[in-house]
Ligand binder design. Structure first.
Ligand code: GUN
Ligand code: ZN
Length: 465
């Protein structure tokens, strides 16, 4: 065998390689017990048995030995909100009240580039600490929030998809754009960021209730002018939301019809939640190759309902699995997968470990239309990698004492794992998080924070706007 065709700056990771590429449910992942992943120029150049590959590495290749840990593609999170890192865990409300009471006031601060910049650093740190290397991200309606997020993602050379939220009604004035300004700002941001490094712009109407028919019309025009761009929005999350959409758009057959009317249902359109879909809506998502994004921790936390994975899959729609920070309560895709398992269990459905990890990697990449670039450990794929420790805590170590198969180990990681299991995260072949060296992100300052020591403190009353 000849030397591998790679230039000087080659890094290789040795470990237990696993890549989830099943075609049908129940297919096995690709697993190499003593494997080597060779990376150069930001992509994987070889993946296979360490014994075979080590002998043929170019001189000077740095080999990082992560044995006995698992090495897999970095997690992909196809729905989260960058300005909601300080909204997570806001008490006691369903969607519409939660938006009005907590989320909109918080997002109103993000016209300040310093606030947006600090949050972007925190978010990206936290994603990498959780093993997530790609996400579909809602910023706020302020273009500076998108600048802040993309600048930070570019600094770490991440493949990220993000957009400016468009919303021109039913929200506080500080968050509103107009049909024209939302369109113009989106165009300017596409020109500034789309295709820079690994960044991709997503057309982002927040959801039907916060856009006028004129704004949806302008959004449809944007979508037509940019047919390859992602679109991200919310769909059918909560009964009150659905009733409000029916009131605002009395002509519509159902919620999805509002988006259909404006040409927003297509491939690479990511619809967050999709809990209470009609048969018609499911069928249209499937026919158009759109993606339904399952956000279990959010759906449980906000009491929104249970995502019917089997029913949505039967329609042929793609399905993604996401954190939905900050309606969602964890940045960890492991914890998200664990909650997905429980949501499905409540409906008599199952989620085998291989399926869950497939969803979190290649499946989510496919749901985002990025299945040719990320989500697999294979030559030519971008070298985004997470290294996982299934014995990260005493409880996991003890449970692992009874595990004999890879499926069992992965299921322990899924049900008991979180950021503590993330040993290292690599993006484009460069280590961007290392559990050993991590001394924690700086806590954001909030001098006006109410003191929890105060007698009689009521989070619902005392933090209301
Ligand atoms: N629907 C519209 N906006 C939001 C949001 O920020 N979070 C969730 N969970 N649902 C939404
Ligand atoms: Zn959302």
């Amino acid at each position: 065998m000849t030397t591998l065709p790679v230039p000087a700056a080659v890094t290789a990771i040795r470990g237990r390689l696993v890549s989830f590429e099943p075609v049908a449910e129940g297919d096995q992942p690709r697993f190499v017990e003593d494997g080597l992943l060779v990376m150069a120029g930001g992509v994987v150049t070889a993946m296979g048995e360490a014994f075979d590959l080590l002998a043929h590495l170019p001189d000077g290749t740095r080999v990082v030995d992560h044995r006995p840990h698992l090495v897999m593609p970095g997690f992909v999170d196809p729905h989260l909100h960058m300005p909601q890192t300080q909204v997570i865990g806001s008490y006691g409300a369903e969607l519409m009240e939660w938006l009005a009471r907590y989320t909109f006031p918080e997002e109103s601060r993000y016209g300040d580039p310093e606030i947006a910049g600090e949050a972007a650093v925190f978010l990206v740190d936290e994603l990498l600490r959780s093993g997530t290397t790609t996400a579909a991200v809602y910023c706020t309606s302020h273009p500076v929030s998108v600048d802040a997020f993309f600048a930070e993602a570019a600094r770490r050379d991440l493949r990220m998809v993000a957009g400016k939220v468009m919303m021109d009604r039913n929200a506080p004035p500080a968050l509103l754009d107009t049909a024209q300004s939302g369109y113009d700002q989106s165009i300017a941001l596409i020109e500034r960021w789309h295709g820079q490094g690994r960044l991709e712009y997503a057309i982002t109407p927040r959801f039907a209730p916060t856009s006028s028919p004129e704004q949806l019309e302008a959004t449809g025009a944007l979508a037509r002018q940019h047919p390859s761009l992602h679109i991200q929005t919310h769909l059918s999350e909560n009964h009150a939301e659905i009733a409000f959409v029916a009131e605002l758009f009395p002509w519509s057959r159902d919620y999805l019809d509002v988006y259909e009317r404006h040409g927003l249902v297509r491939e690479k359109a990511l619809f967050g939640h999709c809990i209470h879909l009609t048969e018609r809506e499911r069928a249209v998502l499937g026919e158009r190759g759109a993606s339904a994004i399952f956000c279990p921790t959010s759906n449980l936390f906000l009491g929104s309902g249970l995502f019917d994975r089997r029913g949505v899959a039967a329609s042929g729609a793609r399905i993604g699995l996401a954190t939905d920070i900050g309606g969602g309560t964890s940045y960890s895709m492991l914890r998200t997968g664990a909650e997905a398992y429980k949501v499905l269990a409540l409906q008599g459905q199952t989620l085998p470990a291989f399926d869950a990890f497939h969803m979190m990697t290649a499946g989510n990449a496919g749901a985002m239309g990025l299945g040719e670039r990320i989500g697999r450990l294979a030559p030519g794929f971008e070298a985004d990698v997470v290294v996982l420790d299934a014995q990260a805590t005493p409880a996991m170590r003890r449970r692992m004492g009874r595990c004999e198969t890879l499926a069992e180990e992965l299921f322990v990681l899924l049900t008991m794992g979180d950021d503590r299991s993330v040993v290292a995260t690599y993006a484009a072949g460069v280590k961007r998080h290392d559990r050993q060296n991590f001394d924690g992100p700086a806590l954001p300052e909030r001098p006006d924070a109410p003191s929890l020591a105060q007698p009689g403190f009521d989070p619902l009353k005392d933090t209301a706007q």
